[in-house]
Design a protein around this ligand. Structure first.
Ligand code: SF4
Length: 425
């Protein structure tokens, strides 16, 4: 039992991608506004919330392990997040959890915390910084512009778990960004499942901000954020024609010349089997046109090798595509089935050993390209934001490069008070 005199303390374990991290921040912001404190350890917490990831089977295992750890060390656990969309999976293994809620069910999580750990009523605890509670360092922040996804990629179950695209209105997003910058944030990392589709679900609803009119759409988002004077980095942008409109803003350095485009493959046939958005676009031509307008553009991407039915010829096509695309930074996954994904039923699953070989060949090629492109920058002056300084060495991000980006399904663990962070890709 907690002493009546002190504030109730919530421990928080946040697993998964940056989008899940933003969900965690929202839940914590809400709880902090009600006077809850955030506990740095299981032992110091009165209750623990575990925000899970369920994108791939390995992420499910990690989430189930984390719930078990929280139960062992604290005993009072509420589960939320993507895996919460499949409560029976959790309850089969951990019947002692107090409550399971699904992804972005903020009110349900907060309601469960109220039920099991009532808030202390004290108006002083209601004071909260206007930018809310954030789990990232002070100098950068994720800005989530939409929930869910309208695509139907055959290897992915995120739309089933997180629902259809639900964009936030442009004025709401720009006001949040403004508050973050006023609180000292120097870099805004724009995220959603499909940032290029931003606003299409709400018919590009208009909104006013700083006396000007904007629409809830990708290019207006970039234009509005460019007004703030902070670095703006765009993630999870698909290579649709309308994305071309943002390149002049990058060439003019109003938005960082950086695009995270999850291409996933270079073979049109594989992309079609993957049911990828923009799979019929000529991506090499598009990359060429972007670079012609903005030669300093950095492109980061992720790929899947060993997708069902991937032939030697299709893999060779991927390598040839990569040679021509000359991407700056690349991550790669070996395809693995996810319970409930349409790709599971595709014929021709690639043997693990062949997947391994293809992965090694792909990464070797991608690393050589990255090295060459980085070498071209040796001796040049760049603006950087310093992340950490230790033993006389500063680790910084430039306006074109940053490390450890994570995408949907890429896993990371952050635990308050420890700050551990493991990414993949
Ligand atoms: S992989 Fe990304 S774009 Fe495709 S369905 Fe999943 S969330 Fe949507």
């Amino acid at each position: 039992m907690r002493p009546a005199a002190r504030a109730p303390r919530v421990g928080f374990v946040s697993l998964g991608c940056p989008k899940a991290l933003v969900d965690s921040e929202r839940i914590l912001t809400h709880l902090r506004a009600e006077g809850y404190e955030v506990a740095p350890t299981y032992e110091a917490a009165d209750i623990v919330v575990v925000n899970t990831c369920g994108f791939i089977d390995a992420a499910v295992d990690e989430s189930l392990d984390a719930i078990g750890e929280a139960l062992e060390h604290n005993g009072r656990v509420i589960v939320t997040g993507c895996l919460g969309a499949r409560p029976q999976r959790i309850l089969e293994r951990h019947p002692r959890v107090l409550k399971v809620t699904g992804p972005h069910a903020y009110e349900d999580v907060v309601g469960a915390v109220h039920e099991h750990l009532p808030p202390r009523h004290d108006p002083f605890f209601d004071l909260l910084p206007p930018q809310g509670v954030r789990l990232t360092p002070r100098h950068y922040a994720y800005l989530k512009v939409a929930e869910g996804c309208n695509n139907k990629c055959s290897f992915c179950i995120i739309p089933a778990m997180r629902g259809r695209l639900a964009s936030r209105r442009i004025d709401e997003v720009l006001r949040e960004a403004e508050r973050l910058v006023a609180a000292g944030v120097k870099e805004l990392l724009v995220i959603s499942q499909d940032t290029s589709a931003y606003g299409s679900d709400i018919r590009y609803a208009p909104g006013a901000w700083r006396g000007a009119s904007y629409q809830t759409r990708f290019i207006d988002l970039a234009r509005g954020l460019a007004e703030l004077g902070a670095w703006v980095r765009l993630h999870y942008v698909y290579p649709y024609p309308h994305v071309d409109e943002v390149i002049p803003l990058m060439a003019a350095r109003r938005v960082l010349p950086y695009l995270d485009v999850p291409f996933q493959h270079g073979s049109p046939a594989v992309l079609k089997r993957m049911r990828r958005p923009a799979h019929s676009e000529n991506t090499l031509k598009r990359i060429g046109a972007w670079r012609a307008q903005c030669p300093d553009l950095t492109i980061r991407s992720t790929f899947i090798v060993g997708f069902p039915g991937e032939t030697d010829g299709e893999f060779a096509q991927l390598l040839a595509w990569l040679d021509e695309a000359q991407l700056d930074r690349v991550g790669c996954f070996k395809y693995s089935p996810v319970e409930g994904a349409a790709a599971n039923a595709l014929p021709g699953h690639v043997a693990p050993q062949l997947q391994e070989e293809r992965y090694a060949r792909f990464m070797e090629r991608a690393a050589a390209i990255s090295r060459r492109r980085l070498a071209q920058r040796v001796g040049r002056h760049m603006r950087v934001l310093v992340d950490t300084v230790a033993d006389g060495t500063a680790t910084a991000r430039s306006d074109r490069w940053r490390g450890a980006d994570r995408r949907c399904g890429e896993r990371a663990r952050r635990r308050l008070g420890r700050g551990a962070d493991r990414g993949r890709g």
